[in-house]
Write a protein of this length. Sequence first.
Length: 290
Amino acid sequence: MIENYVRVSSIKEALEIKALHGAKAGYLAGGTDINRLNTLHPYAVVIDLQDLGLNRIDENEKGFELGSCVTFQQALDWKSVPADFSEALRYAGSRTLRNSATIGGNIACGLPDSYLLPFLTAAKVRLILADIGSEELEHEESVPIREFTEHPEMYRDSLIVRVVFDKPGRFAASQRFSKSVQGAVTLTAGFGADFSKTDARPLRNVRIALGGTGVGSHEGGTVYRLPDIESALSEGVIQTASELQEVVSKATFAVSDFTGSAEYKKYLAGTAVAQLYSRGLEKAGRGSEL
Ligand SMILES: Cc1cc2nc3c(=O)[nH]c(=O)nc-3n(C[C@H](O)[C@H](O)[C@H](O)COP(=O)(O)OP(=O)(O)OC[C@H]3O[C@@H](n4cnc5c(N)ncnc54)[C@H](O)[C@@H]3O)c2cc1C
């Protein structure tokens, strides 16, 4: 139960309060998860971020940056929002939820059925994190999102300040499967790569991220990548969409539940990743293989 609410006026103040109270305290952004029934974040102390100016969207020559408190709806309403990002933002089907839920809060939640993590992992975004050092000095560091999600224990106290999209030529997209837009997810798949129009090797830096396939289980209880397949694709060992479909289906960890059988989820993962790969190839002008 929330016993103490603090509305901070600087990042330093937020970090100091977090350091003082440790796991009992949490940052309050949109509050959609913190205030949710049976929340996984039952903080005694909440640190409200709304006065920190973290709701800006800035474009620059390398791409764009979102303040961590930019809401899903704000990002959707932004005139330059990339179409594939927009699609991921719409996975949060309720406009009421989108009006409050923030991008930073979604990343920090790290849910296995996360709306955004498969897409953001595929896009290879970077996070600007603020922390307080041993001498109580505030500092910022830039961390790849995969590092943040793979080592949550290292970033438990960090404040996400900005989300940086700095790879404008990169293809990244995701697909989400559920019976209805607000229903429980069966699977979300993200695929991203740097496609070349001319190189003999058509793609590099492949990322495949899957979520929702094993909600509630230990092994699949997070958004996870398929690094061996990413390397095989980058190195040309896997060359066609149908080969990709087969290996992704095999490698997907899935648990049967009310949203679908494990076999069905594996099938969906394979087809989704193969289709996204073909879309990327097409976009790069290299033809579709499906
Ligand atoms: C009915 C319902 C269904 C939902 N379904 C889904 C779903 O399918 N998929 C999904 O991904 N989410 C789902 N959510 C959860 C939630 O709405 C989103 O994940 C949302 O994006 C969280 O953002 P927020 O700003 O509301 O976070 P908050 O509730 O404010 O915070 C959530 C957590 O993130 C931390 N946090 C917030 N901002 C920062 C920051 N800048 N730096 C570090 N830590 C921070 C908080 O301390 C807290 O631990 C659902 C919520 C509801 C109510």
